[in-house]
Design a protein around this ligand. Sequence first.
Ligand SMILES: [Zn+2]
Length: 98
Amino acid sequence: MIRTAQVLKRLGYSIREIRSILSLAKSENTKEKRLTRKLRRMLSDCASKIASEVSLLASARVKISALLEKTQNCEGCDAPDCASCGKLKELRTLGLLS
Ligand SMILES: [Zn+2]
């Protein structure tokens, strides 16, 4: 079971924000319109963050697969000027490594 707090933490929420979200969800007064509105706004923010994480990771996966394919014959490559090995420099543009 994945805990809500872990997901929120991964999305970049601070401990304080996570506590506030969880305490809102635990509140006895969720029938109150104001509280429902606040909670829904936070959930909608979470959904947007998840969508952008998913698209970042999906695009990184596509790029990594392409690099693996381009360098598939380079496993034991020791040529000093191998063009395929040179393509590994593209790792810098994945957004995962700087
Ligand atoms: Zn190579």
